[in-house]
Ligand binder design. Structure first.
Ligand SMILES: [Zn+2]
Length: 331
């Protein structure tokens, strides 16, 4: 049995028809984890849907009302990039409930997974980029409301910038000195990545993403690492290490929310980075090791993954569980 819980429901499936987002990935991850013996049935915990009150900790009443009554404008639905349905609304409420459960279990066990979620492009008043509800933000605000945590840090390793996360948690912005960057010898890409830094409020947001990709407008996170196209494993890991260390020097966090997107993978259809499956697992291990060394509980969500072969996306997501087992298994 795993020393941590995996929050999962078959109803995480998103009813969006034929789509670049492989909505069946959650079921396939669940199945693979069981088939390969990485997890046992008792490791899984079924989520409850978030309450409307939970959703309203992050989203505006007007937006929630539109979702519940099916009255998004054509433009709003277009921006969401997935077809609206009441079933889809239920799936997102459930994903948010799953992230609340993952946060709660992480605080008890040191780490927990939502085998779903990570919808980091949702804003308080609208959804976009396949994200209707920001489940991670809902989980953080719920933990804060329940006085379980005061502060949190998001570490977003999806290939796309966490624009919703940045907008939701925007703190007071004051100019800061540039961060010490990694030594130039560790960065061999044609053009170095750029790191941007802004002060946080009660939630510190880190995003490592491909600069030349969606979203076009990237509201500032506490730390943004704008990576050039085609960056590989070693450079990526150096930048991640640098961003994590800088973030944890600046901010004391009581919960780390790891958004473990599978789309920095070199064969991703919507990504332009060049990470290998092994490199992505090292990425997961790095996040877990850093958090564990500092005693910060980690909740994991999955976000994007659009590999040409859905099997690869499933492998990358399953590897995140294996990495956690390796790092947290010997406690
Ligand atoms: Zn993505």
């Amino acid at each position: 049995m795993l020393p941590f819980k995996l929050i999962y429901s078959d109803d995480y499936f998103l009813p969006i028809g034929a789509h670049v987002f492989p909505a069946e990935k959650y079921q396939r991850i669940h199945q693979r984890l069981l088939e390969t013996g990485v997890a046992e049935p008792q490791d899984f915990v079924a989520p409850h849907p978030a309450s409307d009150q939970d959703i309203l900790l992050v989203h505006t009443p007007q937006y929630v009302q539109k979702l519940k009554t099916g009255t998004l404008s054509a433009r709003e639905e277009l921006e969401l990039e997935i077809p609206y349905s009441p079933e889809l609304v239920r799936a997102f409420w459930l994903a948010a409930g799953g992230s609340i459960a993952a946060a709660s279990h992480a605080l008890k066990d040191g780490v927990a997974f939502n085998i779903g979620g990570g919808f980091h492009h949702a804003f308080p008043d609208h959804g976009e980029g396949f994200c209707m509800i920001h489940d991670v933000a809902v989980a953080i605000r719920r933990m804060q409301r329940d006085d379980k945590i005061r502060t949190a840090m998001t570490v977003d390793c999806d290939v796309h910038q966490g624009n919703g996360t940045a907008a939701i948690f925007a703190g007071v912005r004051v100019p800061t000195d540039p961060l010490p960057s990694v030594s130039s010898s560790t960065v061999t890409a044609a053009r170095p990545a750029k790191i941007r830094n802004a002060h946080a409020g009660d939630v510190f947001t880190i995003s490592l993403h491909q600069e030349n990709n969606y979203p076009a407008w990237k509201p500032p996170s506490s730390i943004d690492v704008d990576l050039p196209d085609g960056i590989g494993d070693d450079d990526y890991l150096a930048w991640l290490d640098n961003a994590l260390c800088s973030g944890l020097r600046q901010f004391e966090s009581e919960l780390l929310c790891y958004i473990a997107g599978a789309d920095p993978y070199r064969e991703d259809q919507l990504g332009g980075l060049n990470l290998s499956i092994e490199g992505l697992k090292k990425r997961d291990e790095l996040v877990f090791r850093v958090a564990r060394a500092r005693g910060i509980p980690v909740m994991v969500t999955y976000a994007g993954g659009y590999a040409q072969k859905v099997d690869d996306t499933v492998t990358i997501h399953c590897n995140t569980v294996i990495a956690a087992k390796e790092v947290f298994g010997d406690k």
